[in-house]
Design a protein around this ligand. Structure first.
Ligand SMILES: Nc1nc2c(c(=O)[nH]1)N[C@H]1C(S)=C(S)[C@@H](COP(=O)(O)OP(=O)(O)OC[C@H]3O[C@@H](n4cnc5c(N)ncnc54)[C@H](O)[C@@H]3O)O[C@H]1N2
Ligand code: MOO
Length: 403
């Protein structure tokens, strides 16, 4: 049996990006850039006004107040070509409009008076260069603005759009086949009969695949016989990644590993010293990862989050692949166990410290506890904690703050 750390390392050492694709900007949000980007032009493209007001020559405004003659009007979108500001003159200008030749400052309208006629009074001191956004002050033409490996957030998209890029080369999202196994399962929509239960793991795992940014392919249910497993798994092995649920422990009908081996999957481990999630297996089929997760819904969710999610993120080119961890203070004693454990916990903040408390019954059949938890506490094997001890917790889900 491998340790949690060994299992994660084995997985991460054996996965890599699956290829690139050219995508329109909007479809590329959240993906990882696969090319370096240089700007084709200066940004700003030309000197422009940062305020609604008057373009002036600062030398004309050495004595305050002063009066200038208004000789033009430049709304955003108007061209300043051929326009040159004479001494003693001002041009009415709007935010974003090009600054006319000769002007070296913009005076916001609030700092002016007597603006009705052909004159304007400048009421405040004018510094050369004020309220002018200079050509190229942000980015120079030819300058590298984004490196391959950058994650495309709205701020990266903003730069790409400003550079006139309609599409970009990004790391492709892997396809992930999701297969549940078991004779006891019925699909959502069919009321479960005696000894039957709803196949919830398929939808849960597909949702987690989508949340990670990859593309789920639902294969349905493989029944507990070799032929059914063979048929579904052949399909599943065509995807970039195969994730199976259940049928991987010691039961008489636990066929997953045997059939995958028959199809050519080479397993690198098939048990991990963690609770929940001991019967987790990982293998490769023609270099593509195959994850076999335990059937217990909580175990399958936790093992997906700890093993499959980081692997998918790495396959999409992300460098940040682990959920954030923090140190929290234990409020109730935690007993030692023989395997490393993931406890579903709640976090609260007090006097700048994080306090951690169990989110409820930790049995792997209990779904409610997951709903109530906002982190997983990582309890090493054979380690007990007393109240007041510090423990590492890993946040689950997106952590936002309420208003
Ligand atoms: N002798 C041993 N028995 C078990 C061991 C062991 O090491 N030795 N490990 C236990 C642990 S821990 C777990 S976890 C389970 C996992 O076993 P499997 O992955 O083989 O899963 P199953 O036995 O087929 O099912 C477990 C449980 O989950 C329910 N299930 C299965 N599929 C789904 C689904 N798609 N949606 C919702 N629920 C599902 C299933 O009905 C069972 O209740 O094995 C222990 N036993
Ligand atoms: O360790 Mo099994 O993975 O829950 O309950």
């Amino acid at each position: 049996m491998v340790s949690f750390e060994e299992a994660l390392k084995t997985i991460l050492d054996n996965v890599s990006c699956v290829g690139t694709e050219q995508l329109p900007l909007l479809q590329a949000v959240g993906q990882v850039l696969a090319e370096d980007i240089s700007s084709p032009w200066d940004l700003p493209l030309w000197d422009n006004s940062a305020m609604d007001g008057y373009a002036v020559r600062s030398d004309d405004c050495l004595t305050i107040p002063c009066k200038l003659r208004v000789t033009g009007y430049l709304p955003a979108g108007a061209s300043a070509e051929g326009l040159s500001l004479e001494a003693g003159c001002a041009v009415r200008i709007m935010t974003g409009a090009p600054v006319p030749a000769g002007a070296d400052a913009v005076v916001p309208v609030e700092e002016t008076g007597d603006t009705s006629g052909e004159q304007v009074t400048i009421k405040e001191t004018v510094k050369p260069g004020q309220h002018i956004r200079c050509q190229g002050e942000d980015i120079r033409r030819g300058e590298q603005i984004l490196k391959a490996g950058s994650v495309l957030r709205p701020s990266e998209i903003s730069l790409l759009a400003s550079c006139g890029r309609p599409s970009v080369l990004v790391q492709r999202r892997p396809t992930v086949a999701v297969l549940s196994t078991g004779d006891e399962l019925v699909e959502i929509g069919t009321p479960p009969g005696p000894a039957q239960l709803i196949n919830s793991n398929t939808t849960t795992l597909a949702a987690a695949v989508r949340e990670a940014g990859a593309v789920p392919r639902i294969l349905g249910i493989a029944r507990d016989n070799r032929l059914s497993h063979l048929e579904k798994m052949r399909q599943g092995l065509q995807a970039d990644v195969l994730v199976t649920s259940a049928g991987i422990s010691a039961g008489d009908r636990d066929l997953v590993r045997v059939v995958l081996e028959e199809l050519g999957v080479k397993f690198l481990f098939w048990k991990v010293a963690i609770k929940p999630g001991k019967p987790t297996a990982f293998g490769l089929f023609e270099g593509r990862p195959v994850f076999c997760l335990p059937g217990n819904p909580v175990a399958s969710q936790i093992t997906f989050d700890q093993f499959v999610r980081p692997a998918l993120l790495r396959m999409m080119g992300h460098r940040r692949i682990l959920r954030p961890a923090l140190t929290a203070t234990v409020q109730e004693p935690i007993k030692a166990g023989s395997r490393m454990r993931f406890l579903r916990v709640q976090l609260t903040q007090q006097d700048g410290r994080w306090l951690v408390a169990s989110a409820g019954n930790q049995e792997t059949g209990i779904l409610r506890t997951s709903l109530l938890s906002d982190a997983l506490a990582l309890v090493p094997a054979n380690r007990a904690y007393a109240s007041g001890d510090e423990i590492t917790v890993r946040l689950v889900g997106e952590q936002l703050v309420e208003v």
